[in-house]
Design a protein around this ligand. Structure first.
Ligand code: 5AD
Ligand code: SF4
Length: 474
């Protein structure tokens, strides 16, 4: 009875949480399986940012209902943000669920599974609400358990996520995160550096630092305050590490010292994900984002001047409460002007319990949200394509991540060449043919084609390189 299956949805934070849960289960002798029906323990690590993500989990749970009736000894667990958000409601909507565990309590998963298996009935482990205790008690109830790692759960063997911060204190009015992930807390720098060293020793070449607002990271020890720029400088020293990234950024905290650090430290990716959310001051104000569109533009100008050629990506919410066509057109303008590498665009989804839900009516009809989403996406896609076309004929350096999605599905394990994917220093995805042995290496790739999201090229051997040079000089 030691075969867990875990399904993860949502952000990088959730990927990391799942890695930790799996690592803690492996320590207890569990061996992961790839199919829920083969498993003794089925876990869902969930997301609450939009209702759609929650609906999908209930529907996945629904599909297991019969199976659980047939095999009542199987354990079904709901972990993460939706567990914290819905609490008892999960048991009400899916009474055959055995475990409900919030993101701040995941270290208890092995113990709770054992309790269920010993006949103790359904188990629940949740963190405190933001008003349900002293500041210290609330913080402690959300603490994460990071040092446990599991290499097989990583994006690829040469890449890992590393949490530097938990929680969020920004309280954007549409967002559920501050209430399910608790207060913002930076992890101690020494812990972060030690974990990064371990990862590098295990063969990781690229580390992505994660936090809800990573660039707000601060850690105070006595008089000394460590900020993200300092942390990057410390991590930069680690031998074996070749690339450092960090997500997600908060526009207001994009300080010059961080941009300076990015310019000075060659291992740091020249890539910034800085969600704008809207191009309308009226919407930004309602969202309580804490900046105006002019502030955002000023930040973009500083990024462009400190880091020429850097890639910037963004998130937008369309159809937020009271968004008019004019407000929306201001988001369109901002996308056109900023020339993001890519943007994630979301239809506003009202989240019960947020300020947005209690203050404003979700009054933009769904078909209008959908139309605005498609329109903004089409513009962004056009920009992505134009930006990528600038690379045609150029040679770019990539860090090879692994087989491309297609190759991972279709390529025979013993085939000598397969389609690989890697990223440039400014986070552009590049696909090309190569061999498995090149994973984790830096390669020069000559770009000959592109899509709005991908550059397509070939490894520069002497032959291809000289041909290209001949072309360029001709
Ligand atoms: N509705 C739609 N999108 C949301 N996001 C956060 N909360 C909501 C919501 N209630 C988006 C934001 C954020 C991204 C992770 O998800 O754009 O940056
Ligand atoms: Fe949510 Fe805003 Fe915090 Fe991001 S910064 S997690 S959008 S509250």
């Amino acid at each position: 009875m030691k075969r867990p299956y875990i399904e993860t949805v949502g952000c990088q934070m959730n990927m990391l949480d799942s890695e930790m849960v799996v690592a803690s289960l492996r320590k207890e002798g569990y061996q992961l399986v790839a199919e829920p029906l083969q498993a003794d323990v089925v876990l869902f690590n969930t997301c609450s940012v939009r209702q759609h993500a929650e609906d999908k989990i209930y529907s996945a749970l629904g599909k297991l209902r019969r199976h659980k009736q047939k095999y009542p000894e199987k354990v079904i667990g709901v972990l993460g943000c939706m567990a914290q958000n819905h609490q008892k409601l999960v048991f009400e909507r899916a009474p055959y669920v055995d475990l409900v565990v919030g993101p701040g309590q995941l270290q208890r998963v092995p113990e709770l599974i054992a309790k269920v298996q010993s006949g103790a009935g359904p188990q629940e482990a949740l963190s405190l609400g933001r008003k349900d205790g002293s500041a210290e008690e609330i913080k402690r109830s959300h603490e994460s358990f990071d040092p446990l790692r599991d290499p097989e759960m990583r994006p690829t063997p040469s890449q890992a996520y590393l949490r530097i911060q938990i929680g969020c204190d920004k309280f954007c009015t549409y967002c559920i995160v501050p209430s399910v992930r608790g207060p913002e807390q930076g992890r101690p720098p020494a812990q972060i550096v030690a974990e990064a060293r371990t990862l590098a020793d295990q063969g990781c070449r690229e580390i992505t630092l994660v936090g809800q607002t990573v660039n707000s990271y601060r850690y105070r020890e006595g008089d000394r305050v460590t900020r993200l720029a300092d942390l990057l400088a410390m991590l930069h020293e680690i031998e074996g590490l070749r690339r450092l990234k960090f997500v997600t950024n908060y526009p207001k905290d994009m300080t010059d010292d961080l941009l300076e650090a990015m310019r000075e430290l060659p291992k740091v990716s020249r890539y910034l994900h800085v969600p704008a959310q809207s191009g309308s001051n009226r919407m930004l104000e309602r969202m309580k984002r804490g900046y105006t569109v002019e502030d955002y533009r000023e930040m973009m100008a500083r990024i462009r001047s400190a880091l020429p050629g850097a890639a910037v990506s963004s998130d937008f919410i369309v159809g937020f409460c009271g968004e008019t066509e004019e407000d929306f057109q201001q988001s369109v303008e901002l996308v056109r002007e900023c020339r993001f590498k890519n943007s994630f665009i979301f239809k506003y989804s009202e989240r019960p319990g947020t300020k947005g839900a209690s203050l404003y009516a979700d009054d933009v009809p769904d078909e209008v949200k959908r139309r605005r989403n498609n329109e903004l996406l089409a513009i962004q896609t056009e920009i992505g394509d134009e930006e990528n076309q600038r690379f045609l004929g150029q040679i770019v350096e990539v860090l090879v991540e692994g087989p491309s999605k297609q190759a991972a599905k279709h390529a025979a394990a013993d085939s000598p060449t397969l389609q690989l994917t890697g990223r440039t220093r400014d986070d552009r995805i590049v696909v090309f043919d190569g061999s498995r042995r090149q994973v984790g290496q830096f390669l020069d790739i000559a770009i000959y084609d592109c899509t709005p999201y991908t550059l397509i090229g070939e490894v520069v051997t002497q032959h291809a390189g000289s041909e290209l040079l001949a072309l360029q000089s001709g």
